[in-house]
Unconditional design. Sequence first.
Length: 212
Amino acid sequence: MDQLPRPLSNVGFATQLFPAETTSKCLVFATNGRFYTLDAAKLPGGRGHGEPIRLFADLEQETDIVAVFRHQGGRKFLVGSVQGRGFVVPEDECLANTRKGKQVLNVTPPDEAAAIAVVEGELVAAIGENRKLVIFPLDQVPDMARGRGVRLQRYKDGGLSDVKSFDYKQGLTWRQGDQRHKTETALADWRGQRGQSGRLPPQGFTRSNKFG
């Protein structure tokens, strides 16, 4: 599965590892809905304690990081906000030419970008902070280069925790612990339409409310 690395924290700093080359570009997706592009060759070397991302991109102090990963090109991403709105965007539309980044997901505080996933199948799974899960067809989500998107999931309390795109034949997979994964293939109880609230996830679903 082509999963994106996720930060180990959402409080403004994070530690994670992913392979890259000096010719690579790294994409940073932030809670303000912007993507920032970093040249791997300009990043600090392996020695020392590294440098904050804010030295290489103009992130506001109140902005946190949703995900950081190497640009590969040709993929599509599903992006979503806390209020449960989102859309599909081509990876190449996320490249930014300046330190200020590129606005992709339009959010107005207190809403903010919350999740991103590689499009890998014909279904979308969205889970809320209230532990409600809904699964619906990907073709109900538009392809856009920028915007607020459409309602992915509806909430009475809380907001979006995570999203995932997957192939029905392979089932819905999530991580349990550091190395283990669990897959559920009997998904009829969670199938619905975009914008529904969903129901409690399968037994054994991770308490973190995250798929990756």
